[in-house]
Design a protein around this ligand. Structure first.
Ligand SMILES: Nc1nc2c(c(=O)[nH]1)N[C@H]1C(S)=C(S)[C@@H](COP(=O)(O)OP(=O)(O)OC[C@H]3O[C@@H](n4cnc5c(=O)[nH]c(N)nc54)[C@H](O)[C@@H]3O)O[C@H]1N2
Ligand SMILES: Nc1nc2c(c(=O)[nH]1)N[C@H]1C(S)=C(S)[C@@H](COP(=O)(O)OP(=O)(O)OC[C@H]3O[C@@H](n4cnc5c(=O)[nH]c(N)nc54)[C@H](O)[C@@H]3O)O[C@H]1N2
Ligand code: SF4
Ligand SMILES: [Mo]
Length: 645
């Protein structure tokens, strides 16, 4: 029997190839053994995906709101829904112009047909867009400043690697297929794993060495290691001469990061720093997996910049992994239609709530995201969407916090119910995912919907209606598409690992681009201290059972817990398991306090986007400030805790 393969398009490093057996609601999904990246490992979300497709919280029919603030809806038809949407668009385009229409999308499904092609309508209309900066922007920008683009090592390089450093990267939960490969090599004695994390994560526990660096002090550590390597003549001089620019200035600048100073700043012992620096300098080749959680804070961009320069000292071309899509030879701009029109404005994704609340938009089209739960200061997003002068359309597979704030809710097929082409930002295999479930109701794909809207608007631009496979041929090449269709998978061409798209064509220790955009040419620490009223740093990160807010319909709500160090619990007079009020100047929520040594004193932890005991989301508390390099700062959220009677 021919194998049926689907590719999970979730916003996950792994982008798994999954084998499907059975039919109807008896379909079973397992990690595909023959895939070199998935290797038969099945994550608990893939295991639950069929259940999620059949779950009671699916949107199966088009709906219109009866009363938005009460969240009551009635069925409508596709015809009526599309006509209402098109009429509204026409009216608002004529009266307020495209900058008062916002496309609010993200990566709930990263499929080419689902996520990229539908954007053509919105580029063509020149509506306002977000800058996609909530997740990985600061780090991406940081690496780009020194390397010209942010792609790095592929998973296949792990096999040739002797040392793997997880720096603010919780692979055991967030890249569990990469972690499985690494653990396998570790068990065979071929690879050593080091984790650098303020939290005692699952990844840290499985590592050969764990550096519990003080939260946010990583720039000191990275520059300290750089200084140690330079002072002890552990650099690769030839590589520095041939492939880098600005080393002498860098050397001078990092000279002050001596062991004593770095130890004070990072809370690590001098011995620990030396042990790691020696290991890093000698155990080659190595890869540093630089995490996203690490850079989602004030100064996060500088942190990634400093870390990313370490491999260059010891003679490694791009000795890191961060995000690899910029290395793939795919014309993503052609697919999304970027050239069809310049957005009339681009707003910071972290500030969506603020803009909405101020009434900057009259029409918002939302798909592939649940911002009322997941965006910083999410209560602002909710209040903004519930204004009576804004018309909100949500195209969703499931009823979510956000669809409940819509004027029109449109049903979408899950990835198991539609054909798509999926690529990864970790590996370079592109897969053809074929529908294995029949739609349950009146779902229409994302592309169908925007084309219906475009036709109602009588738009003539042919690219909006282009056949998806023809579009793909132009974005990669006809032979690659043929291979994809025949084999179900292709290995995409990848950019040269020793190519640098910087002004000098080299790795720039002193970034010319940084000078140009007015940020420090060399990375430097940015000090952030909690204010007296809110002395705890709230860090949030992923749970193995959920992708953000997805799978609550299968596994129940994301646990409403806050992990607190025992020392802090005692000083607050709170016992393990008691309910606490967690608050700051934005909002307050109720959570169950759990005593945990996962967090050091002064840091508290919740699962990201969790629902609180009082029915809110943790993001009512999170920071919507923007880092210097443009990214979100969810992890520089300051809070206080109080015992509740
Ligand atoms: N506190 C806190 N907040 C965070 C973070 C954090 O660490 N802490 N992390 C941030 C990060 S890194 C990210 S990436 C964001 C993620 O934020 P979101 O992208 O908003 O996260 P999800 O909850 O996964 O929302 C994706 C939505 O897409 C829908 N969807 C899935 N597949 C399809 C499909 O095929 N078609 C359609 N139409 N819809 C589909 C899902 O049902 C879901 O509602 O959250 C951010 N928020
Ligand atoms: N199960 C599951 N997997 C997922 C997702 C999911 O929702 N669920 N989401 C996917 C998405 S969208 C993303 S963005 C990735 C994110 O995956 P990762 O890149 O692993 O990011 P996080 O889990 O947010 O944070 C990783 C670690 O960074 C640490 N950290 C935070 N600040 C600092 C710091 O200042 N210094 C140091 N050294 N460490 C710090 C945190 O303690 C945390 O353990 O995961 C992807 N994978
Ligand atoms: S959710 Fe992530 S780890 Fe799980 S199947 Fe999808 S891509 Fe793989
Ligand atoms: Mo993310």
């Amino acid at each position: 029997m021919e194998k049926r393969i689907v590719i999970c398009p979730r916003d996950c490093y792994d982008t798994c190839f999954l084998e499907v057996t059975g039919s109807g609601n008896k379909v079973r999904i397992r990690g595909f053994k023959e895939s070199p990246v998935t290797r038969g490992v099945t994550c608990p979300r893939a295991l639950a995906d069929v259940k999620r497709s059949f779950s009671g919280s699916r949107v199966l029919l088009p709906h219109r709101a009866l009363n938005k603030s009460e969240g009551t809806f009635a069925r409508t038809t596709w015809k009526q829904a599309i006509s209402m949407i098109a009429e509204k668009l026409k009216e608002i385009l004529a009266t307020h112009g495209p900058s008062s229409i916002l496309l609010l999308d993200y990566a709930g499904n990263r499929g080419v047909f689902t996520r990229l092609l539908p954007q053509r309508l919105w580029y063509f209309l020149r509506v306002a867009r977000i800058d996609y900066s909530i997740c990985d922007r600061s780090g991406s920008m940081g690496i780009t400043l020194h390397y010209g683009s942010d792609y790095g090592r592929l998973p296949e390089d792990l096999e040739k690697t002797r040392l793997l450093v997880y720096w603010g990267f919780n692979a055991a939960v967030t890249n569990l297929h990469g972690f499985a490969i690494a653990r396998d090599l570790q068990r065979k004695g071929l690879l050593r794993i080091v984790t650098i994390d303020a939290l005692k994560t699952e990844t840290a526990k499985a590592s050969d060495m764990w550096l519990r660096v003080k939260f946010g002090s990583d720039v000191y550590l990275a520059l300290g290691i750089a200084n140690y390597i330079i002072e002890n003549q552990l650099c690769d001089e030839r590589f520095l001469k041939e492939h880098t620019y600005g080393f002498e200035e860098f050397k001078e600048k990092v000279a002050k990061y001596n062991l004593k100073y770095v130890s004070e700043k990072t809370g690590l012992k001098e011995d620990e720093i030396v042990e790691f620096a020696e290991l890093y300098a000698r155990e080659k080749p190595s890869i540093i997996y630089i995490g996203y959680g690490l850079q989602r804070r004030i100064g996060g961009g500088e942190t990634v910049r400093a870390i990313s320069l370490l491999p260059a000292l010891i003679g490694l071309h791009r000795g890191f992994y961060y995000s690899n899509s910029s290395g793939l030879m795919v014309d993503f701009d052609y697919l999304s239609g970027r050239d069809l029109g310049e957005p009339s404005r681009i707003i910071p994704q972290s500030k969506v709530g603020e803009y909405l609340e101020k009434g900057e938009f009259k029409f918002v089209y939302i798909y592939l995201t649940n911002p009322v739960a997941t965006h910083p200061s999410s209560q602002k997003v909710k209040r903004g969407l519930l204004r009576d002068d804004v018309f909100v359309v949500v195209h969703e597979t499931h009823w979510t916090d956000t669809s409940l704030c819509a004027d029109i809710v449109l049903p979408a097929p899950t990835y198991l119910e539609k054909d798509d082409v999926v690529f990864s930002y970790w590996h370079n295999y592109m897969g053809y995912s074929k529908a294995v479930l029949k739609p349950r109701g009146e779902e229409k794909t994302e592309l169908e919907v925007v084309q219906l809207i475009a036709r109602r608007l009588e738009l003539k631009e042919p690219r909006i209606y282009e056949d998806p496979w023809k579009a793909l041929e132009k974005a990669v090449s006809p032979p690659i598409v043929r291979e994809l269709v025949n084999k179900g998978v292709v290995k995409l061409r990848y950019r040269r690992i020793d190519e640098y798209q910087t002004p000098t064509g080299k790795i720039e220790f002193v970034s010319r681009l940084a000078e140009k955009i007015g940020v420090s040419p060399l990375p430097r620490p940015i000090e952030i201290n909690p204010p007296r009223e809110y002395p705890f740093i709230l860090v949030s990160s992923a749970h193995i059972l959920y992708t953000h807010t997805q799978f609550e319909d299968v596994y129940g709500p994301v646990p409403p817990e806050i992990l607190v160090n025992g020392i802090d619990l005692d000083s607050l007079g709170v016992r393990d398991g008691e309910v606490v009020k967690v608050y700051n100047d934005k909002a307050s929520v109720k959570l169950v306090a759990r005593k945990s040594d996962k967090v050091p004193p002064g840091v508290v932890f919740t699962y990201r986007s969790c629902k609180t005991l009082d029915g809110k989301r943790i993001n009512v508390l999170t920071s919507d400030e923007i880092d210097e390099l443009g990214g979100s700062t969810l992890n520089t959220t300051f809070v206080n805790l109080r015992r509740l009677p």
